[in-house]
Design a protein around this ligand. Structure first.
Ligand code: ATP
Ligand code: MG
Length: 329
């Protein structure tokens, strides 16, 4: 086993979603809070990929932003290679910032349309003062373009001259330009065609092998993370309900919600697992259900589930927050 590069412990983020003060006074409303991330813990070993999956609004991007230091946590801690990540501690953050990068969902929105590709890719080098001698930056940009499957001549073009997949390659080249060890990928392929998705995922895997990168890979789609992840964390309404070995999770998910998500993935390997009914909607996170937040949608719910949040227990394949995981049934 290698060492954890990133450790996240009891990470929590609460947003104040109250109406403006005057409205609250007139309408006699209370302040409202939303627990977007609720005591989430996981760790990622060097060179490995941890995937976070969950439906829209489950808190994936909020976790991503806290991990790279773009957003402050309300509680818990994030430790990267022994160093606490805390946006308020600007001095400590300066030391780790170039080692952590992020790739965003939309390659259309994340690249400045008025900048040439060479300036986009060189931007992290400029801000971290890397490759400052002579034409080292130009050379490095060309090297990076070739590394991500584009050509050195593309440096002089603008983002609009590329397809979605090519733009995501540019975004990857930019993320790599500060020589990071750790990359948070927030839905990096969900804006792309299926065929292009596979190419980008393959590229990311090759880069991981070549450069020894560690990924936190976020997706709402379990089939996307299937061939990327070593471990998978399943999020529901901000809580990590299952954290398990990726291969095992596909074979024998323990939490009823993991099962439900898996059920939406075609059973290409014909494992013959029984199908669970996909039902219900995600509750409003401002007024979450009591006890286990998944209980209104759960097919094996018992009274205990309504009363309190299940503790995290060890399962044969990892951990799950459930009173009735598969192995206990
Ligand atoms: N700045 C904010 N202020 C208030 N609420 C927020 C803020 N950012 C996120 N939220 C809320 O926190 C919850 C989690 O949001 P988040 O963007 O992390 O979800 P997600 O899992 O990334 O969803 P998606 O798959 O749609 O990207 C949502 O209910 C969202 O409305
Ligand atoms: Mg998101």
């Amino acid at each position: 086993m290698s060492d954890p590069l990133l450790q996240v412990k009891d990470l929590t983020r609460i947003f104040d979603v109250s109406k403006p003060w005057l409205n609250r006074v007139i309408e006699r409303d209370e302040k409202q809070y939303l627990r977007a991330v609720d005591e989430v813990s996981f760790s990622i070993n060097k060179g490995e990929t941890f995937a976070l999956v969950g439906e829209s609004g489950s808190g994936k991007s909020t976790i991503a932003k806290m991990v790279v230091g773009l957003l402050a946590a309300s509680g818990g801690e994030i430790v990267f290679d022994g160093q606490a990540i805390n946006p308020a501690d600007t001095k400590a953050m300066a030391a780790v910032r170039s080692r952590l990068q992020m790739i965003f969902q939309s390659p259309f929105a994340s690249l400045n349309p008025r900048w040439k590709v060479k300036d986009i890719i060189a931007e992290p080098m400029v801000s971290f003062g890397l490759y400052g001698e002579g034409n080292a930056r130009v050379k490095r940009v060309e090297e990076l373009l070739e590394l991500v499957g584009l050509s050195a001549a593309d440096a002089a073009k603008f983002p609009h001259e590329f397809s979605g997949g090519q733009r995501q390659r540019i975004a990857i080249a930019r993320a790599l330009s500060s020589n990071p060890e750790f990359i948070v990928c927030d839905e990096p392929t969900s804006a792309l065609d299926v065929s292009v998705q596979a190419q980008i995922l393959n590229l990311m895997r090759d880069l991981q092998d070549e450069l020894g990168l560690t990924y936190l890979f976020i997706s709402h789609d379990l089939s996307v993370v299937r061939h990327m992840a070593n471990r998978i964390g399943v999020l529901y309404l901000g809580a990590l309900v299952e954290n398990a070995d990726a291969k095992e999770l596909f074979l024998r998910p323990q939490h009823p919600y993991s099962k439900m998500l898996l059920d939406a993935v075609p059973d290409v390997e014909m494992t013959g697992r029984p199908r669970v009914e996909l039902s219900g909607e995600i509750p409003n996170p401002i007024t979450p259900p009591s006890g286990c937040p998944f209980h209104p949608r759960c097919s094996i719910m018992v009274d205990e589930c309504k009363a309190k949040m299940p503790p995290s227990i060890e399962t044969p394949i990892g951990e799950a927050k459930c009173f009735r995981p598969e192995f206990q049934l």
